[in-house]
Design a protein around this ligand. Structure first.
Ligand SMILES: [Mg+2]
Length: 412
């Protein structure tokens, strides 16, 4: 094994360390675990968390190439037919060179890259491989939070394997390549925020380690869009107050941020510093999925409350859908202006992840079981519990159906 210096949280003066695989891999990972010297006690005593984010490289397209090697290096678009209204699930890197991106309409993808080969998604196959990837993760930790079929957070803080987090990430990359023939990118950091950005930093086949000491400097030059959860709408809102990068946030006082951004300011303040305390949540210790939101000022207007509830329902369902989880119990939470907080729940017959059903149920609870509209409220929330966790990685049928059922391999 060509030895590469391993960046650890306790080795000082290590720059953000990037390791690219170059297509080679070693085969001694299992021996390596057994022979590695135990970590010093202060490592385990330290409260700093070690989070790995693993993200498969162009996963659906990579699986298609795996099963049909003649597709290698060709511009592949996994999605519906270019003549349908469906969108791109995954584009191979060869297709991305033409500007093809995930979630883009397939018709647009074809215009950008006329020679693209359109392949129908085979979710069952992706799920099968996803389960094998999960089995590899489980060799190293059982604290796994899948974000989708090809992405997961791993918390290796309490690992007893005698390996640094960066070494575990490297073993996982090697195992996946050797056993499944696929590459992935991994980010290692003190929290989910940083690990996720780090895994995207040197795609494909990257390994980027960010130590707590490096967190601030790692974040500083990044555009806010790099922060998971910040989409185009928030990006525009931030740009309107002169924020494009984390450096822009670091230059502002907390008061200024709060004043300009309201509640978002607090989260941005921490994010720009690379701070994030969200735990890695495995499905089995997760009992519910929910979102809540505080109004800028106490609210009585039913229209505005309904619209907020709709956003929250959609957000909860999207988050569950991505993880392949459904729920049966819908809970509405209301906090009145005087801080009295109530919850009202209803359990429905079938498992759901449909935002319309969640919204309709929550609205019915709101109208029949609360004083919303008469008493001003300061906060509203919705959650789903009674979760179906038997098939955590199965994509919903609705998503499968949103793909074209008449896939083409057009090569016009
Ligand atoms: Mg991916």
């Amino acid at each position: 094994m060509s030895e590469i210096p391993i960046a650890t949280y306790f080795h000082i003066a290590i720059h953000t360390f990037v390791w690219k695989h170059n297509g080679m891999h070693t085969t001694e990972s299992s021996q390596f675990i057994g022979t590695a010297s135990p970590l010093p006690d202060e490592f385990r005593r330290n409260s700093v968390r070690k989070i790995i984010h693993v993200d498969m490289d162009m996963f659906y397209a990579a699986v298609e190439i795996l099963d049909n090697p003649s597709l290698k290096n060709l511009p592949i678009v996994v999605g519906g037919s270019p003549t349908s209204r469906s969108v791109v699930c995954t584009a191979s890197y060869a297709a991305r060179k033409f500007g093809v991106r995930s979630a883009m309409a397939c018709s647009v993808a074809q215009r950008l890259c006329p020679q693209a080969i359109f392949l129908p998604p085979r979710f069952e196959r992706y799920q099968e491989i996803s389960r094998k990837i999960r089995e590899i993760f489980q060799r190293y930790t059982d604290k796994i939070e899948p974000l989708s079929l090809d992405e997961a957070y791993l918390d290796v803080t309490d690992s007893t394997l005698g390996l640094y987090a960066s070494q575990i990430a490297r073993h996982i990359k090697e195992d996946i390549l050797r056993e499944l023939g696929l590459t992935c990118s991994a980010g290692v950091g003190p929290n989910k925020l940083i690990a996720k950005i780090a895994s995207d930093f040197k795609k494909p086949n990257g390994l980027v380690v960010v130590t707590p000491d490096q967190a601030l400097e790692f974040m500083r030059p990044l555009t806010v869009r790099k922060i998971h959860g910040i989409g185009p709408a928030t990006e525009a809102r931030l740009a309107a107050v002169g924020i494009k990068t984390c450096a822009d946030i670091l230059a502002m006082s907390r008061e200024e941020l709060d004043q300009k951004l309201g509640r978002l300011g607090g989260w941005m303040w921490h994010a720009a510093r690379g701070e994030d305390s969200r735990p890695v949540e495995t499905h089995y210790d997760r009992k519910s999925f929910g979102r809540e939101d505080t109004f800028e000022k106490d609210e009585t207007d039913l229209g505005r409350i309904e619209s907020r509830l709709k956003d929250l329902s959609e957000s909860v369902c999207a988050s569950m859908d991505k993880r392949g989880v459904k729920g049966r119990t819908i809970t509405l939470k209301v906090k009145y202006f005087d801080f009295e907080s109530i919850t009202r729940s209803r359990t429905i017959k079938d498992m759901t992840v449909d935002p319309d059903i969640v919204m309709a149920t929550a609205m019915d609870l709101l109208k029949t079981k609360t004083a919303v509209g008469q008493r001003p409220i300061r906060l509203i929330g919705v959650s789903l519990s009674h979760l179906d966790q038997t098939t955590p990685l199965i994509l919903t049928q609705s998503r499968v159906e949103s793909m074209s059922s008449t896939p083409s391999t057009s090569n016009s």
